[in-house]
Design a protein around this ligand. Structure first.
Ligand SMILES: Nc1nc2c(ncn2[C@@H]2O[C@H](COP(=O)(O)OP(=O)(O)O)[C@@H](O)[C@H]2O)c(=O)[nH]1
Ligand SMILES: [Mg+2]
Length: 489
């Protein structure tokens, strides 16, 4: 643990100097120094981002096989629900042919679920023996019980200049129910990394140390052992087509006879293990493949649905953002009070909820808006944004003429944050047949923080202020606008 921690700290240090450099150039251009809270925010978020990148979530690495058919049918049903919604909301925003094709995938999934055979992909580098192994299995292996196996040789991995990328080849292999990964000895670095990527479907993967006849018997055992230690999946050795060996016979009369003999294929260990897996888990493997396809389809349809909804949400957020700006500009009370007294419009929450099929009454929506305002205060976002906006504004004369400008812009910015956070939050919700309007405040808080970090970039703040000044002071003096444009660069 101690060792693990060292790295993020180092990374944090790098992020710090980088942020300092950014801030330096920012402040140089606007001649204003002293926003330490923003500095620390940039440092913290930068460090956090790097840390998250270095430690990807581990829970998507393990995949468990579904234990019953119902689970898979539920997954197909969920995909269908999303597709139906997509069809209802798509109007002219999605190609008709696309809708037809995603819809057609639902009955295909039901067919997949009832599939009686196992698809077995055989993959690995060039000339590792994929074709030969498949031929040996097809001709020599009769399963006593279990499903029929259909073999699929993938294109060869690690071929430089190949038209098909390794990623595509692996994706094709992954679409099968079970994968045999072939290697001819200890793994190269590339093979090792590729296997790591295939780790997700661990329960559907076997590493075959193929052409083991190329090694002396004592070497074979140690290679097999080292592979078993390195790789967390079953490993077996095989030689579907061993090299012919020279046989020498000494006769009684002293003569010696020599000939080449073709040894029998060594695939017993492989067929034994494969046979066990298929007999015990064949059905589950088919369920799992179908499940993955259903989840993939659902994700794809939901992404499409979210894009449509997001397009509808943007103008609504803009509208409420400028309404809030105008109100706070005309009636400047301290921004902390503005937020505390619900600057975020309950109606915006209702409107955005409507787009995402999350039905709120105006009363509920007002509570949500109030909670968001409270969160913004608690998380210090109000203070941070107001300071940032003031910093940008202070570089030109307008501020002093137009009182309330900072308040107006802050109200707009915070409304925008709230709107974007709600969109982000709603997007993560499951598309259900019936939606209840219960809100997960913890999740909303997390979303708010993420969205804030994404929209806190200096460049965004500056262009936002520029846009806001033009809106609130349309007939401001030419000089003022020019001053802002210069400050904004
Ligand atoms: N020594 C040995 N050679 C093999 C074995 N299996 C296949 N080969 C040879 O390896 C070469 C490539 O085999 P192939 O199946 O075409 O590889 P692929 O490119 O992965 O499909 C051929 O010359 C095969 O004869 C084996 O078990 N032992
Ligand atoms: Mg081949």
């Amino acid at each position: 643990m101690v060792v693990k921690l060292q790295r993020p700290i180092l990374v944090g240090g790098l992020a710090l100097s980088f942020s300092l450099w950014i801030l330096q150039s920012w402040y140089d251009s606007i001649v204003q120094v002293g926003e330490f809270s923003i500095l620390s925010l940039v440092v913290v978020s930068g460090g956090l981002w790097l840390w998250k990148r270095k430690h990807p979530k581990t829970d998507d690495v393990t995949e468990t096989l579904p234990s019953d058919r119902q689970t898979v049918e539920n997954a197909i049903f969920k995909a269908e629900v999303v597709i139906n919604r997509l069809q209802q909301e798509a109007e002219n925003m999605v190609e008709e042919s696309y809708l037809t094709s995603v819809k057609a995938q639902i009955p295909q999934l039901h067919t997949e679920l009832a599939r009686q055979h196992i698809n077995l992909a055989v993959t690995g580098g060039k000339s590792v023996g994929k074709t030969t192994l498949i031929q040996a299995l097809e001709s020599k292996w009769q399963q006593e019980n279990g499903k029929q196996v259909i073999y699929q040789e993938t294109q060869s991995l690690f071929v430089e200049g190949s038209a098909t990328s390794d990623v595509t080849i692996l994706a094709n292999a992954n679409a099968a129910d079970f994968v045999l990964f072939l290697a001819n000895g200890d793994l190269t670095d590339t093979e090792f990394q590729t296997l790591q990527q295939l780790k997700a479907p661990q329960q559907r993967l076997m590493l075959v140390f193929n052409k083991q006849d190329q090694y002396l018997p004592e070497e074979r055992a140690s290679i097999l052992q080292s592979l078993q230690q390195r790789i967390p999946c079953p490993v077996v050795a095989a030689a579907p087509s061993p090299l012919p060996i020279k046989v020498r016979k000494h006769h009684d009369d002293g003569s010696v006879q020599e000939w080449m003999e073709q040894p029998a294929p060594e695939i017993q260990q492989l067929t034994q293990q494969l046979g066990d897996i298929i007999a015990q888990r064949g059905q589950q493997l088919v369920w799992a493949s179908t499940m993955r396809k259903a989840i993939l389809l659902q994700t794809e349809a939901k992404d499409c649905l979210n894009r449509i909804r997001c397009d509808r949400a943007q103008p609504i957020i803009e509208q409420y953002q400028w309404i809030a700006a105008a109100a706070a500009f005309a009636n400047p009370i301290p921004i902390l009070d503005v937020v505390a007294t619900a600057a975020i419009s309950g109606q915006m929450v209702v409107d955005l909820g409507g787009i995402y099929q999350q039905k709120f009454s105006l009363e509920q929506a007002k509570t949500v808006a109030g909670e968001m305002g409270g969160l913004m205060l608690k998380l210090g976002l109000v203070e941070l944004s107001t300071k940032a906006i003031t910093t940008v504004l202070k570089t030109n004369a307008i501020t002093f003429v137009a009182g309330g400008l900072a308040e107006g812009l802050s109200a707009a910015y915070l409304t925008r944050l709230a709107g974007l956070s709600l969109v982000e939050y709603f997007q993560q919700q499951e598309v259900a047949v019936n939606t209840d309007a219960g809100l997960n405040i913890d999740k909303l808080r997390q979303t708010l923080q993420n969205v804030f970090q994404q929209n806190q970039q200096v460049a965004f703040m500056q262009s936002f202020v520029k846009q806001g000044v033009k809106r609130l002071l349309p007939e401001a003096s030419e000089e003022g606008i020019i001053a802002v444009e210069n400050a904004v660069g």
